[in-house]
Every structure is written in structure tokens, then in C-alpha cells.
Design a protein around this ligand. Sequence first.
Ligand SMILES: [Fe+2]
Ligand SMILES: [Fe+2]
Length: 133
Amino acid sequence: MERFKEDHLKVLQLCDKLEGIVKDIKVGIATPNVMYDLKEFLEIIEKMIIPHFQKEEEKIYPEIAQKTGEEAYINEMYEDHRKLYQHFSAFQEGIEKKDFSLITAAGAEIAELLRHHIYKEEKELPNLKDLSK
Ligand SMILES: [Fe+2]
Ligand SMILES: [Fe+2]
């Protein structure tokens, strides 16, 4: 689980950064580098966040569901991932089309939902794991 914790910390920092970029775009003070930052974020989604989600879906969540019987909680986690995949697609589409209203809408959703999702995994998953001992 250590690797996952590290990812979570990195992603929380990225959420703050993404939120900052979204605010700058909204108030019109984004620098010309903003597309570069957005593309970098997209690459992190593809190379780090999605593989992390897939490992949780394939291995970690089923294990916890099986050990604890907490089906409702685990279903909520899958549902968070599902919503986030949709926001990731919208974010990517926004970047490809240089559609800044799509980028800011998807970016704000991603930052908020990811942060909340990580909070749930960090605070509640360990408790569920303890239950299973
Ligand atoms: Fe997750
Ligand atoms: Fe996670």
C-alpha cells in the first residue's frame, strides 16, 4: 500500500496546482504556458492516475470487498472512479479543442472529486483493512 500512499500525496499536490490553473484561466491571468501545464497534467492522468485506478479496481477493491463485506463502500469507490474517467475525457477533449470553458469545468470537478476520493481511501480504507484482521 506504500506505493499507493505516495501516489495519493503527489496527486493531492497536483489537485492544488490544477485548481490554481483553473482559477487563473477563469480570471484571465493564465500565462501563455498554461497549455503546457494542462498537457502535463493530462500526461500524469494517463501515466499515473489511470494505472493507479486500474490496480485498485482489479486487485485492492475486490480484496477489501471480499474480506470486509463492505459492498456499499466499495461500490462508491468504483462510482467515484467512473465519474472521474468521464471528467478526464472531458478534460482531454477540452485541451484538444482548446475549449477553455470545458477545461475549467472538467478541471474543477477533477480536483474536487479526486481530493475527496483520496481522503476516503486514506481515512476509511485502513479502517476497513483493520476490520478484516
Ligand atoms: Fe481510488
Ligand atoms: Fe487510490
